[in-house]
Write a protein that binds this ligand. Structure first.
Ligand code: ZN
Ligand code: ZN
Length: 114
């Protein structure tokens, strides 16, 4: 028997079971993203999906796409602000070294809504 944690997430994607570290297909640019168990945004276009309350916990039931709306810098690290298209939830995400610097700069300095 394969052993993996049975997650409580029964979400819309019934064919997929949930693991903490999981590759996923970006809901926006459709590139395959290698999961690292922490971030769930796409390093190419920086879109995310509203599945976490805290990074990695998959506790949100919304599932809406979260496009980046702004980016900035704090304590020498870039962050990106993403806003859920479905419910309007907004969050600030630390960027990872693998994230596209070019894409981050596209949003850099835009006014942060809310
Ligand atoms: Zn993408
Ligand atoms: Zn949402």
């Amino acid at each position: 028997m394969p052993k993996y944690e049975d997650a409580t997430d029964s979400g819309a994607g019934a064919a997929r079971f949930t693991r903490r570290v999981e590759d996923f297909t970006c809901g926006h640019c459709e590139r395959t993203v290698r999961g690292n168990g922490y971030t769930n945004h796409c390093p190419h276009c920086l879109w995310s999906r509203h599945v976490d309350v805290n990074p990695g916990d998959r506790a949100a039931t919304c599932g809406g796409l979260m496009p980046p709306v702004a980016a900035g810098i704090s304590k020498d690290a870039y962050f990106v602000v993403q806003r859920c298209e479905k419910c309007g939830h907004q969050r600030r995400n630390k960027t990872a070294p693998r994230d596209s610097r070019e894409t981050i700069l596209t949003y850099f300095g835009r006014p942060i809504p809310g």
